[in-house]
Design a protein around this ligand. Structure first.
Ligand code: SAH
Length: 410
């Protein structure tokens, strides 16, 4: 194909090349799995530029799916359509975004002052794109080169569908960006950035979110429903919120839940300041926040013989990859064992893992181990995941990463 028509094909969302799979490697893609790794690829017919539309074919030439090419990533192709008639053009991205927004509307999460994940990558058939709404602003996180190349088109669609005051780009985690060959810098891509923190609503509570400097895209939206679920057990209890970030669990337990008092801990001074501000914003005078290391604090509280009616553990990702799962499980075991020791009889443990490579089963087995070693029964009450505005594709279960177990220790 001559160069000019290749460019035209790209604009029209049609393939410029065909990626041919090795024999017997097509099955996951007939099952709509969106990630084609280099190890499955036999050859490339054509010379696609990174971000170009390509077709995926079986070794004997049958169409499998349509996706976007990235020579710099082990994930050579990300798939976005499974029939040969779908063009990967502006119209398609617009339609996918509209469908994602329709889901949030179904969930009742389309309030303008709310904080919601509007697009959850594979879970919304938009592999490599995350869009969070914080009131009038959108925070966009791009984790695939193919989406970075189309950032303008995607922002056009978001502007026409949501009409935000500003769209902010937040870079992917450093490791991820390197794997994709991405070099995006955080910046305002449309409109204006908010001046200072913005305030969002969550279940009748207000939270200040620092869009420019905060962790993730500014806030942990995935735990929204789990914070409320935890709060339902908090009445009258002395609560310990470990790894509190901006104080989501602490404030929910104190205000919605009616906890007697809350001690919240985060090693980051910035996070602790946010948590203090959020407690104050919601009139929670019984929340104390300490900027100290949670592991040391847990040991110190245990050594001092302190007791709590509820302990919340929401640590950062312990396992970065499959090879570190065993170490991660040992670390989960250690903090959960100390937490169980801190609970008074009938106390509630809220324990989370956001390590995608630690399965829910592994996490529950870890809790069995804690029950055995601490010689205390653990009653599992609720086993929860991320909020419903973080949908997971049944064809890409790798998107499932968050476990939140609520348990009672008699
Ligand atoms: N529960 C929070 C999210 C927690 S994210 C919410 O609902 O919003 C994990 C937090 O752990 C981060 O804020 C991070 O700063 C903190 N953290 C990481 N290592 C830590 C350590 N060693 N001690 C205490 N906090 C730590």
């Amino acid at each position: 194909m001559p160069e000019a028509s290749e460019a035209a094909a790209a604009v029209q969302g049609l393939p410029t090349a065909t990626v041919v799979l090795k024999p017997k490697r097509a099955r996951p893609f007939f099952g709509r799995h969106p990630w084609v790794l280099d190890s499955a690829v036999a050859k490339v017919e054509g010379q696609p530029a990174d971000g170009d539309v390509v077709d995926l074919a079986t070794h004997d030439g049958h169409f499998v799916a349509r996706g976007l090419w990235n020579s710099q990533s082990r994930m050579r192709v990300r798939l976005y359509a499974f029939d040969a008639s779908t063009k990967l053009d502006a119209e398609l991205w617009h339609a996918r975004l509209a469908s994602a927004l329709a889901l949030r509307k179904t969930l009742g999460l389309d309030e303008r002052a709310g904080a919601t994940r509007l697009v959850n990558s594979e879970g919304d058939d938009l592999s490599g794109l995350i869009v969070d709404r914080y009131g009038e602003y959108l925070a966009v996180q791009v984790t695939a080169l193919a989406m970075a190349v189309r950032l303008d088109t995607l922002c056009d669609a978001l502007e026409s569908l949501v009409a935000p005051r500003g769209i902010l780009l937040r870079g992917a985690e450093r490791g991820l960006a390197k794997l994709e060959g991405l070099s995006l810098v955080d910046r305002v891509v449309r409109g204006a950035a908010p001046v200072g923190p913005i305030f969002v609503h969550e279940h009748g509570l207000k939270f200040g979110v620092d869009l420019a400097e905060g962790q993730k895209t500014g806030y942990y939206l995935d735990q929204r429903e789990n914070r409320q679920a935890a709060a339902r057990y908090a009445r009258g209890r002395r609560v310990l919120d470990m790894f509190c970030y901006s104080g989501g669990f602490a404030v929910a337990c104190a205000v919605s839940g009616g906890a007697r008092s809350v001690l919240a801990v985060d090693t980051s001074a910035k996070a602790a300041a946010l948590a203090r501000a959020n407690a104050e914003l919601n009139g929670a005078a019984n929340v104390t926040v300490e900027a100290v290391d949670a592991f040391e604090k847990l040991d110190a509280l245990a050594a001092a013989g302190e007791r709590f009616g509820m302990v919340i553990l929401d640590p950062p990702k312990f396992a970065r990859s499959r090879s570190t799962v065993d170490d991660a499980l040992r670390a989960y075991h250690r903090i959960n064992r100390v937490a169980v020791g801190l609970l008074e009889p009938g106390g509630i443990l809220v324990t989370c893992s956001c390590s995608g490579s630690v399965s829910r089963d592994d996490f529950l087995q870890m809790l069995s181990g804690v029950a055995q070693r601490s010689a205390r029964p653990i009653q599992l009450l609720e086993c929860r995941g991320a909020a419903a505005d973080h949908p997971v594709s049944a064809s890409c279960l790798e998107g499932e990463y968050l476990t939140c177990v609520i348990a009672r220790v008699p």
